[in-house]
Design a binder for this molecule. Structure first.
Ligand code: HDL
Ligand code: ZN
Length: 429
């Protein structure tokens, strides 16, 4: 097959029809490149009901619940007393039929239905339900991965979760498309509570984090890294996360998490800036955002050059500082447009800024999907934006006479959509 340059057999002067053909080629390459989705809340079918799928789960995604309460006077408790189906009906009627579904989360539901081949124009929720009801879990995973162009995903695996933990303590056949990541928020953000649980599981820890307790906390992490085969350890952190500081969290990071990560040459992912429960009545939908001190990241990267850090922030205002910090530290991998940043306008702004500051040494996106079907829209929408920005960047190069071949664009897309993540995991510093 002729590659792009042979087909066009013309230099691309970065403007006019060549530019159009260049952008079309970039878009086709980005759309065709399989993705490793390196942060999701998805579960393999072996996890049973933890695997969320179907249109009622799509409609009751916590993003839509937050938006529902803005458009409805329904009391919080009245909503929470409804069944999942009744909640989905309320959200469908309010956000889709009575109001234009203009938000990214609403649009996402419609993109999923459309890409699955359902008749969106019919606005027939029961027809969508019937179609989903006919899909079995394993088969639907195949359908969704193919539709989204996914190679594999990384789950969020919480040993403190009472539903998930028993699955890991039983024997089950792993699905190689679902990698694990050990999520340790309860340990780092609520040590007194976590300490009690670890003691109950046979780890001789104590609230004061004696040397013995630090060794036992490391043993807990090692046990779970082995049990899950996790690719990295991860934590979400509040806006006031500080490092160094006199705290159980800082001690656990320094004495437990980073040594275990270093020994296994695995990254530590920190997702910083979430204000948990700003409105507790919204439950999972009740979290907010604020700016964080990226200086804490700087000090960790500088202080632990043999450790690898994957970092994202929830505040748009921190993203530029984070990208500049990443210019200083090769052990820092910037990733994703997280949560309230996972909207086309901000994905575009962040991807442009990151490519201009960091070149192709980033992981531009992760889906954060909680419902299996969501990867279809999250990756459809993100690929469109990433392709547009990349097209501009290659056109900028072509305007100087530097022509990127289709093979080079494929190389870059493969790295941005998964390769950089895997290379960072394998990298030894
Ligand atoms: O802490 C996280 O990993 C966040 O992604 C939260 O799970 C959040 O509720 C979410 O789903 N964001 O997309
Ligand atoms: Zn998440």
């Amino acid at each position: 097959m002729l590659d792009f340059n042979q087909r066009t057999n013309r230099t691309m002067n970065g403007c006019g029809s060549e530019n159009k053909e260049l952008r079309e080629m970039v878009s086709a390459v980005v759309r065709a490149t399989p993705v490793t989705d390196m942060h999701t809340h998805l579960f393999a079918p072996a996890f049973g009901d933890l695997l969320l799928r179907g249109v009622d789960e799509l409609l009751t995604y916590h993003y839509l619940i937050a938006e529902f309460f803005r458009a409805s006077e329904m009391p919080y408790d009245a909503f929470w007393s409804l069944s999942k189906r009744q909640q989905a009906d309320a959200i469908w009627n309010t956000l889709f039929l009575e109001n234009a579904p203009l938000s990214e989360a609403c649009r996402g539901v419609l993109t999923v239905l459309h890409r699955l081949g359902l008749d969106v124009a019919a606005r027939d929720l029961d027809a969508y339900r019937a179609w989903h009801a006919a899909q079995d879990a394993a088969g639907f995973v195949d359908i969704v991965f193919r539709c989204a162009g996914l190679k594999d995903v990384v789950m969020t695996n919480d040993p403190f979760d009472a539903t998930e933990r028993p699955v890991w303590e039983s024997r089950f056949e792993r699905d190689p498309r679902f990698h694990a990541a050990l999520r340790i928020d309860p340990m780092l953000n609520d040590w007194p509570n976590a300490c009690g649980k670890l003691r109950g599981w046979g780890y001789a820890v104590d609230p004061a984090l004696s040397d013995k307790a630090r060794a036992e906390a490391r043993r807990f992490l090692e046990d779970w890294m082995k049990r899950t085969g996790s690719l990295y350890m991860a934590v979400s952190l509040p806006p006031d996360f500080a490092y160094p500081e006199e705290s159980a969290r800082a001690t656990l990071i320094t004495e437990c998490v980073l040594p275990v990560a270093r020994e296994r040459n695995l990254p530590f992912a920190m997702m910083i800036g979430v204000k948990r429960n700003v409105n507790p009545a919204l439950r999972l939908a009740g979290d907010g955002v604020d700016q964080c001190d990226v200086g804490a990241v700087e000090r960790l990267c500088a202080g632990f050059p043999k450790n690898k850090f994957m970092i994202t922030t929830l505040s748009r205002e921190n993203q530029h500082t984070l990208a500049v910090t990443a210019r200083k530290f090769r052990n820092l991998l910037v990733f994703g447009c997280w949560w309230f940043l996972n909207n086309p306008s901000l994905i575009e702004e962040m991807t442009r800024m990151r490519l201009e500051l960091l070149g192709p040494s980033i992981v531009p996106q992760h889906s954060d999907a909680r419902v299996l079907d969501q990867v279809i829209y999250k990756w459809d929408h993100s690929r469109t934006v990433i392709a547009r920005v990349l097209g501009d960047k290659y056109a900028d190069l072509a305007a100087t006479g530097w022509m990127c071949s289709e093979a080079e664009v494929r190389r870059d897309a493969e790295r941005l959509l998964g390769g950089n993540f895997w290379r960072f995991l394998e990298r030894t510093l």
